[in-house]
Write a protein that binds this ligand. Sequence first.
Ligand SMILES: *Cc1c(COP(=O)(O)O)cnc(C)c1O
Length: 418
Amino acid sequence: MTTADVLDHEPAGPDPVRPFAAYPTAALMAIATRPDVVFTRGRGSWIWDSEGRRYLDFVQGWAVNTLGHAPAAVATALHAQAQCLLQAGPGFYSDRAAELAARLAALSGLDRCFIANSGAEANEGAIKLARKFGQAHRGGAFEIVTFANAFHGRSLATMSASGKPGFERLFEPKVAGFPKARLNDLDSVAACVGSRTVAVMVEPIQGEAGVIEASDGFLRGLRRFCDERGLLLVLDEVQTGIGRTGSMWAHTRSGIRPDILTLGKGLGGGVPIGAVLARESACCFEPGDQGGTYNGNALVCAAALAVLDVVAAPGFLAAVESRSARLRAGLDRVAARLGLPPSDGRGLLLAIDLPHHRVAQDVADAARSRAGHDGVVPGLLVNPVRRKRLRLMPALDVGEAEVDEGLAILGSLLTRGA
Ligand SMILES: *Cc1c(COP(=O)(O)O)cnc(C)c1O
């Protein structure tokens, strides 16, 4: 959409202009340092705040809005499903849950699916499945090798599995059994493996760490290593799955297949969902081992099916790659002008380093707060993923004009005073 189109298509808000201070934001627990902005509506790559300012959104709910804000495909599916069946309960089959499981199995080449409510819950399920496998087949082995700087979620077990600096001291004691290896270092994995090891769990691209790729060679080596040692390979594709990196799964490019695959974020296109997929030989849950009241909720499954219809349609992922190429080329031009290395990442999960005198949080704040109250001059939402690194995760159907507009804003912010 061009700026003129956007202004024409601004969705009506419940309160078109209401100042930030009028909202009871203090009623929310302070789990993040949030800016003084209340978002009220969005469409595609654009989001509006309660004071009428608009923003080009390259965060998209933290890489969850696969098709941008309020996409018609998801809205229509939710509307139809809401009038039909919300939830039958985890002790029963529903048509949508069965369809989604079969769809994900077919797309991934894996056999069975457990549908969860978030990425953390999906990973928690994968950890439990691996531990059950260890009990059933590996003499009680329970350790899962994970990686420095990994991020697997915020439940106690997934925080313990994570290697995020800053997590070490939180909520002690940790859940035991997650020795840490170094990404792209097979020897460091081997050094963590012993008789109690049952699995290795890795993100194909470490998103929260700042968009750090596991190399194809490393992933292939890990697959071989796990096969030789009888270990399960668990891939956390919560952030990288569902087309985010330009292919349906990030691991496709290395030609490997995991034993267990976890999904979240982009699968729901903005509604909360997660999934664990596994090959038949690893599917050792028995009735009573795993569950959750909302799991397989028909409403959210309908949204995920609508997202998959779009992402798996012929040509969609090729278009993601061409948008990615355009965004990357622009980012790399800015980086070259500043004497910085080119961008990292794949598809529409990209990151760039900042010049030594710039701090990512300040750049993100400046990009956001340039938005004018007239709604004409837009702000830009980007993620300061590390102190000196910005992450971009726009909608997979972001327009070329929007890519160019985002690049122009970023370019002028970064090269100013450089
Ligand atoms: C976001 C994320 C999670 C956690 O997902 P939630 O839905 O926030 O629980 C797990 N793993 C990775 C790789 C993620 O990016």
